[in-house]
Design a protein. Structure first.
Ligand SMILES: NC(=O)c1ccc[n+]([C@@H]2O[C@H](COP(=O)([O-])OP(=O)(O)OC[C@H]3O[C@@H](n4cnc5c(N)ncnc54)[C@H](OP(=O)(O)O)[C@@H]3O)[C@@H](O)[C@H]2O)c1
Length: 350
């Protein structure tokens, strides 16, 4: 039986680009493609990508469940809330009902983030942590974040897997990292972590590094990130075996870069546009962290979580299912000037 698919976050940076690339990606045949939206304007916008709008707020669990069951949706890409686990269980339960009704295999892709596998999450490693590591579920489950508020994010990944397992749904944890490149959807065009670097620097008039060691973080061009979602969809539509639940962690990354190199490239681009007073990077002191926190709307103690830290998470699973990144990690440094231009344009517009 053919699959019906639901893409959420259709007006977002990642979800919008996924939708925009969907039709061009020559996927195997499927039934219907639905896009979750919450306004009439968004409902109109998704139609140009060949998607049927499913207009519903993610908080309206009852109607969302009913829509998934009535429309016999068997694949859901969840790209809305990586933080809490309040919306995923009802969707997973609805998928289980579709499986019982149709006999179709059902799939739930939760979008988390590389941060959940970093030292911000209490995972301290010097060696790579492969996304195929058979211990990864247990590593996540037992990790204790030094930041109280952050503990929920790792719990969310575990909870998605547990609920999927309980209901016979194939669950996947898709982890985007530092994603860059212009969004191709009709809504948000810019990312998160590199935007935080720019926002903080513009307010502080200087790019500051927030770690005292020289840590690395995985990076991925938006198109590579999108292609991993699409490759997962392709494998589901072809009923190809790929790891799920406790073996279903997928980092979208071509490799890693040093934050300090990224800061340096962005500092040059910001100085060129007179948005910082110095083209070099300085170590953040307490006063700088307070100013950066004001720009980001977080207390000073959380600034390093927004734009720094060490993450040894390493992508292997994607390559095993036929995905290959086109952009090497150093491309983000070469593209920093263009990225800063894009981010400043978007911030100035807002
Ligand atoms: N971008 C990255 O580099 C990155 C990295 C790691 C993890 N992530 C995670 O991936 C997810 C998607 O990221 P993104 O960059 O695409 O975020 P984004 O551009 O902010 O998009 C968020 C999407 O969620 C939708 N949404 C929010 N609240 C909703 C609600 N109540 N009902 C229905 N839809 C709702 C938004 O719709 P509206 O337009 O209607 O608000 C929008 O389509 C996030 O959870 C993010 O934390 C992103």
């Amino acid at each position: 039986m053919s699959h019906n698919i639901l893409v959420t976050g259709a007006s977002g940076y990642l979800g919008g680009t996924l939708l925009a690339r969907w039709e061009k990606s020559s996927l195997p045949p499927y039934g219907h493609l639905y896009a979750l939206v919450r306004s009439d304007e968004q409902a109109q916008a998704v139609k140009k990508y060949g998607a049927e709008p499913l207009q519903c707020d993610i908080h309206d669990h009852e109607n969302l469940k009913k829509a998934i069951i009535d429309k016999e949706i068997s694949i859901v890409f969840f790209l809305i809330d990586s933080f809490t686990d309040q919306h995923q269980p009802p969707i997973i339960e609805a998928l289980a009902e579709v499986k019982a009704k149709t006999g179709n295999e059902v799939h739930f892709v939760h979008t988390g983030g590389a941060k959940h596998f970093s030292r911000h999450a209490g995972i301290h490693r010097d060696e790579p942590l492969l996304d195929t590591d058979p211990e990864i579920y247990d590593i996540l489950k037992t990790s204790v974040s030094p930041h109280d508020y952050f503990q929920q994010t790792t719990r969310t990944n575990i909870s998605v897997i547990d609920v999927c397992q309980k209901h016979g749904v194939r669950g996947y944890i898709f982890a985007p990292c530092i994603v860059y490149g212009r969004g191709e959807g009709f809504g948000n065009q810019v990312s998160i972590q590199d935007v935080a670097i720019v926002k903080a620097a513009v307010k502080a008039r200087r790019v500051y590094k927030v770690d005292t060691d020289n840590p690395t973080w995985p990076v991925c061009h938006l198109i590579d990130n999108t292609n991993l979602y699409l490759q997962m969809a392709r494998n589901m539509l072809l009923s190809r075996d790929m790891g799920y639940n406790k073996n279903g962690f997928y980092l979208a990354a071509s490799g890693s870069v040093y934050w300090n190199d990224l800061y340096a490239s962005m500092a040059v681009a910001l100085a060129k546009r007179n948005r910082v007073d110095d083209a070099t990077v300085a170590q953040a002191d307490d006063a700088a962290l307070v100013t950066m926190g004001e720009a980001l709307g977080v207390p000073a103690s959380l600034v390093p979580v927004m734009l720094g830290g060490k993450c040894m998470f390493t992508a292997v699973n994607g390559n095993q299912i036929g995905w290959k990144a086109q952009y090497p990690p150093k491309h983000i440094l070469e593209a920093a000037d263009e990225e800063v231009e894009l981010i400043l344009g978007s911030l100035d517009e807002k």
